[in-house]
Design a protein around this ligand. Structure first.
Ligand SMILES: NC(=O)C1=CN([C@@H]2O[C@H](COP(=O)(O)OP(=O)(O)OC[C@H]3O[C@@H](n4cnc5c(N)ncnc54)[C@H](OP(=O)(O)O)[C@@H]3O)[C@@H](O)[C@H]2O)[C@@H](O)CC1
Ligand SMILES: Nc1ncnc2c1ncn2[C@@H]1O[C@H](COP(=O)(O)OP(=O)(O)O)[C@@H](O)[C@H]1O
Ligand SMILES: [K+]
Length: 496
């Protein structure tokens, strides 16, 4: 699913209005109805509902919600922030419709008109949405500060007021919502970690924008979805054998960090590689052979003589440390191997300390840094958007796939496309989760998925497995090993 800018979504509205066809006021009514239904199902027990409206269409939504709630016998007070303009047509229509309902409407012209808010109140924030074109100032800024100071629950409509839909809002005053009801699809701003304190939990409400709207080529940002992943997934062939699915080499682990090697190797096996060899320090053989008997062990000390060409791919870095010997392991792989490989963790740290290695990366390889590792290699970035842009440029320049891990991990591809992963949960914020991902990516590459397919399917499977696991384990008790255990269920839900 493409991630659209506020401007593209506005065009989608226009397309829907023209082609469904539906009037703009009825489309607003439908959007408001989705919110009202959500409030009816989810919310109750508040002392008072206070709906704060601007004079754009976001405010229009707020007014329509107030009317629809009162039709369900849920009363609210409406506050309209006065800042000169008459308001959009749909705002005005909804205001006149509201006048015949028993709703108290307050006009706020000065901060003396700000109501005292009780912590048991529910605030609906319909001040500004995707039309915000400059940071809030004056009365609107004061009102946002006033609402944020209250201890009441705040639900934002479409966006927390003050937040830009498509770019960072680092110095803006923004409503701190507990939950946000956004329309049709995630806006770009919901993918930025720095915005989380403002949007809280986001719910995407389907307002039925026209399915035929053509957005192809209009956005280089895309969110993975089931349809895309099911198209990538290849069922195994009946007459296949272990040779069909490649031989993966995992180079991982050192004394004290053998867990990384075990998790990575298990992830690789569980993602379907035909054969897996784990290259670990010779004195650690007992650990890997006991923990993962399905894998063959090979000594890191043999790196200078081993024939790397017999491996279909290599995954290198988890828990190797950054010693001179570990750097030699990576160097030797980079110089002697020319098919796509996966580099993670200490492999990336070694590159950060020896940036000439960047020019040795086999074309089409996958780097999977977390944000800190990313910055060590590519430099500090001011915000997530800058990180996305840097990753995009570097992926194109180096002809590699760069997966930056996080809540919405993304992969920047050499063709300039950026895909955000839609699965996963914060139970995965636990040591070793990334090592499992490296194993999965290597396992998928080994069995013949392209590097791009491996990134998309790998990130999705990794998050999906954790999503399935937490239903049994809870987020708190999830450990990285559970992600490997539940990979089977993740594959089954993609295959069926
Ligand atoms: N498909 C969908 O998504 C649907 C979306 N819908 C809804 O429409 C919303 C978008 O509505 P919108 O375009 O009217 O803009 P909105 O955000 O209400 O207000 C911004 C207005 O305020 C102004 N303004 C800007 N910055 C300002 C500032 N700092 N301080 C003061 N003023 C400022 C600016 O006007 P200006 O001052 O620039 O003339 C602008 O016109 C969207 O979020 C969703 O809720 C649904 O109803 C239907 C389906
Ligand atoms: N809050 C979260 N939501 C979704 N995924 C997460 C979250 N926290 C961590 N993850 C995932 O867990 C993995 C952590 O990787 P990494 O930071 O390399 O950890 P480690 O080095 O301990 O293995 C990444 O794939 C990341 O996307
Ligand atoms: K809002």
């Amino acid at each position: 699913m493409k991630i659209l800018s506020a401007e593209q979504i506005r065009k989608w509205d226009e397309f829907t209005i023209l082609n469904e066809p539906i009037s703009s006021i009825d489309l607003m009514e439908r959007a408001a109805r989705q919110c009202t239904q959500w409030f009816e199902q989810k919310k109750g027990g508040f002392r008072k509902i206070r709906i704060f409206c601007g004079k754009g269409n976001n405010g229009g939504d707020g007014l329509a919600i107030a009317r629809q709630l009162v039709e369900k016998d849920i009363l609210s007070d409406v506050y309209i922030l006065e800042f000169g303009s008459l308001g959009t047509n749909d705002f005005q229509t909804n205001l006149s419709r509201l006048h015949s309902f028993p709703v108290t409407i307050h006009f706020i012209q000065h901060q003396d008109f700000f109501p005292v808010i009780d912590k048991a109140d529910l605030i609906i924030d319909a001040l500004f949405g995707s039309g915000l074109n400059r940071p809030l100032d004056g009365l609107s800024l004061q009102l946002v500060q006033h609402l944020n100071k209250s201890a009441a629950t705040i639900i934002a409509i479409d966006l927390p007021s003050g937040m830009f839909a498509d770019k960072p809002s680092p110095t803006n005053a923004v409503i701190k919502a507990h939950e946000t009801l956004t329309f049709q699809q995630l806006k770009f701003c919901f993918l930025f970690p720095e915005n989380e304190p403002f949007f809280g939990e986001v719910h995407v409400l389907n307002i039925g924008l026209h399915p035929d709207f053509s957005i192809a080529g209009n956005s280089m940002f895309e969110l993975t979805d089931w349809k895309m992943i099911k198209e990538i997934y290849k069922p195994r062939k009946q007459f296949s054998h272990k040779g069909t699915y490649g031989h993966a080499l995992i180079v991982a682990g050192e004394k004290g960090k053998m867990g990384a090697a075990v998790l990575c190797t298990r992830g690789c096996l569980r993602s379907g590689a035909g054969l897996v060899s784990a290259m670990v320090p010779e004195e650690q053989f007992a650990i890997i052979q006991t923990a993962v008997p399905e894998a063959m062990a090979i000594a890191q000390e043999t790196i200078e003589t081993v024939d790397l060409s017999k491996y279909t791919t290599v995954g290198i870095g988890p828990g190797t440390g950054t010693s001179e010997e570990s750097a030699r392991l990576l160097q030797r792989v980079l110089v002697n191997y020319n098919r796509p490989i996966v580099i993670d963790a200490d492999g990336l740290n070694i590159i950060a300390a020896n940036d000439e290695l960047l020019s040795e990366l086999p074309p089409g390889s996958i780097l999977s840094p977390h944000p800190k590792e990313f910055e060590r290699i590519f430099g500090k970035t001011e915000n997530h958007l800058e990180r996305i842009q840097t990753a995009r440029l570097q992926a194109q320049k180096l002809f590699v796939y760069i997966i930056v891990k996080g809540h919405y991990s993304f992969v920047a591809c050499p063709d300039g496309e950026v895909y955000f992963n839609s699965t996963g949960n914060s139970g995965m914020a636990t040591g070793g989760s990334g090592d499992v991902l490296t194993g999965i990516l290597t396992g998928l590459l080994a069995q013949g998925y392209s590097a791009k397919e491996s990134c998309l399917l790998g990130m999705f499977l990794h998050g999906l497995s954790a999503d399935i696991a937490v239903k049994t384990t809870s987020q708190e008790a999830l450990v990285a090993g559970d992600i490997t255990e539940y990979l089977g269920k993740a594959f089954l839900s993609i295959a069926n």
